[in-house]
Design a protein around this ligand. Sequence first.
Ligand SMILES: O=C(O)CCC(=O)C(=O)O
Length: 354
Amino acid sequence: MPKKVKPAGDGKEEGPVPCKQDELWRIQEKLECYFGSLVGSNVYITPADSQGLPPHYDDVEVFILQLEGEKHWRLYHPTVPLAREYSLEAEDRIGRPAHEFTLKPGDLLYFPRGTVHQADTPSGLAHSTHVTISTYQSSSWGDFLLDTISGLVFDTAKADVELRAGIPRQLLLQVETTAVATRKLSGFLRMLADRLEGTRELLSADMKKDFAMNRLPPYYVGDGAELSTPGGQLPGLDSTVRLQFRDHVVLTVGPDQDPSDETREKMVYIYHSLKNRRDTHMMGNEETEAHGLRFPLSHIDALKQIWNSSAISVKDLKLTTDEEKQSLVTSWPCVLTNRGTQKKEQQITKCPRR
Ligand SMILES: O=C(O)CCC(=O)C(=O)O
């Protein structure tokens, strides 16, 4: 997972900032729900009569909120449409600005990924402070295809012996891809495309999980008791349940990640962000934990029922036995709300917070 970090300039800027500001937490969390993609923020403070960064473009969609002072902006047509990387751009390559204006406190500016831009604080004014909110890094169709294809190949190879056949001897030692290999691979890609047309369960290798792991927890005021206080009554067979914080729960299918499962059976994974930490937002490393649950594929219909309905009776879940139904609804108390039996009042089952 790449770090969502914009390079620091010559010391005139600050950033990125862990999401410590309540107001930024509130805005970014809502935007993460809206876009379904991580949303980061950087603060830039630039003295009068100076410029932080030279002309450049970013690999993110950019929202600029001017907080203090004024900032003079020049935007240029992209040299790389929908750029996938941050890059400086030489003055002699960018031409004349397509837009030029000055932002004042309260102004909001949006420009798309790849827009070449530079900004300076005019002389004779106080310093400028703006916050840059950015999103949609590594969220292109190409990224999604890469994320999907490994699961698709893995899955198809289980059913198709041709994909399990060995590659020609010494293929890896060749300097150029042979015509035979190219023909074979393009044939497989066509076959995978046909198979994909009939698939409804898209396998996601990492994108869904990374998003759930690295995003902000739901915004709350106070101690977040509604997310975390243990207690409440677990749902039973006569209960009605509903997903709370649906925007913070992702459901995905993937090969079993349990190393003891050598056959790597497909499993359903539910990941949620209720216990994520706001102070390490998008600064995750290998130790960042995913909070989630793993269910056998036979549970997928019941999980989709819960996902798709505003409330569902446990008895109506599409599972074979009552034990399975009961065990399903009691295994994820953080995200499943027990709405009680018809006579009981709504109760919320809560889970401990770290
Ligand atoms: O203030 C600057 O020098 C540039 C800021 C910038 O590139 C941004 O906010 O995206």
